[in-house]
Design a protein around this ligand. Structure first.
Ligand code: FAD
Length: 310
């Protein structure tokens, strides 16, 4: 009895889009094409990732600054604290603040040596994301989003400790959690139940990853503790050299996932765009969202969305 999002659902749906800072001129052009293409969906915010250890400080700053200057979009900067002193992290936060950033996605970052390596906090640094949230809040009353893990973080021995960490981030001032990607909505639903039981009431926004490349996603998922159901492998089987069909299959899959989440009562979605617009554009369209025909960002989704047409 699956039904797609009704016009009424479309009216209450919120989306946000995540990008990463470009590493070359070509990648920069692709990023900006993607931002322009997705902007008409009037996202709640767009966010730009930050390399663990500060490796992308300047490109991240350049990207969020340009979004703030040239678009009507609200830009959020990711910020990590791994491998840096508190003073250094605070200084970066102030630079972002001076560029007009009022919203941070506050993260610890992965251990130097990559996912799976043992995390060792910098002796003069923030020990984890919860401490970083407190540090940012001491600078200004920023809007702060944090990470959450429906299948728990790989370093968490159990769900209780994982959710206790989320609780500390919320107690220190986070007002939204964005989840690691997941492919089984039951994982998300069970996690949200546990989170609510723990007395956490901020939005837990599902992070949706359209699968541009199944092999890459599987490898990455195994490192960050996200499971990949066998039926997904089956869907992509034999399409290794057929990118066009892969894109259609990936769009259908993500649309199924998102529509099922809507039926479960979710109305806010964060998309990992991988800096590409095509799949996310199609998924948002299927969700019922409509951009302005002239391609400009809308101030209010209602003015051009399904709600107005209905
Ligand atoms: P934390 O919440 O600090 O900790 C994660 C886990 O570590 C906890 O659940 C707990 O199990 C354990 N832990 C930490 N401190 C303690 C303690 N004192 N006692 C006991 N256990 C502890 N990475 C980037 O480098 N750049 C990005 O831009 C980026 N963006 C992301 C966006 C989202 C939405 C998500 C979900 C992840 C992102 N990441 C990014 C990845 C993230 O940095 C890693 O998942 C990292 O390993 C954990 O970061 P965190 O903020 O969740 O850490």
């Amino acid at each position: 009895s699956s039904r797609s999002a009704s016009p009424i659902a479309a009216d209450r749906i919120k989306v946000s889009f995540e990008f990463f800072p470009p590493k070359s001129g070509d990648m920069e052009a692709t990023l900006w094409e993607s931002i322009s293409r997705l902007a008409p969906f009037n996202p709640d915010f767009v966010s730009v990732t930050y390399g663990a250890g500060g490796s992308t400080k300047q490109p991240t700053l350049n990207t969020v600054s340009r979004i703030a200057e040239e678009t009507a979009l609200a830009a959020a900067a990711h910020l990590t604290c791994v491998g840096a002193t508190r003073e250094a992290v605070d200084a970066v936060a102030r630079e972002f603040q001076a560029a007009g950033i009022k919203h941070f996605v506050a993260l610890r970052g992965d251990a130097q040596g990559g996912i799976g390596a043992k995390y060792v906090p910098h002796p003069d640094g923030y020990g984890n994301a919860a401490e970083l949230v407190a540090g940012l809040k001491a600078i200004d009353d920023f809007e702060i989003s944090v990470a959450a893990y429906p299948e728990k973080h790989p370093e968490s021995p159990d769900y209780a400790l994982d959710i206790d960490m989320l609780k500390r981030k919320v107690d220190n001032g986070a007002s939204r959690a964005i989840t690691q990607f997941f492919f089984e909505n039951d994982h998300y639903e069970r996690y949200v139940e546990r989170v609510r039981k723990a007395g956490i009431f901020i939005p837990i926004v599902p992070g949706i990853l359209p699968i541009h490349n199944f092999g890459q996603v599987s490898r990455f998922a195994s490192m960050c503790g996200a499971s990949v159901p066998a039926r997904l492998a089956h869907r992509f089987e034999g399409l290794e050299n057929d990118p066009e069909t892969r894109a259609l299959v990936a769009t259908a899959l993500a649309a199924e996932q998102v529509n099922d989440l809507i039926e479960r009562g979710v109305d806010d979605f964060h998309f990992y765009t991988m800096n590409r617009a095509q799949l996310v554009y199609a998924i948002c369209h299927i969700l019922g969202l409509r951009g302005n025909k002239d391609g400009t960002a809308q101030k209010s989704r209602k003015s051009g969305g399904m709600g107005a047409a209905a």
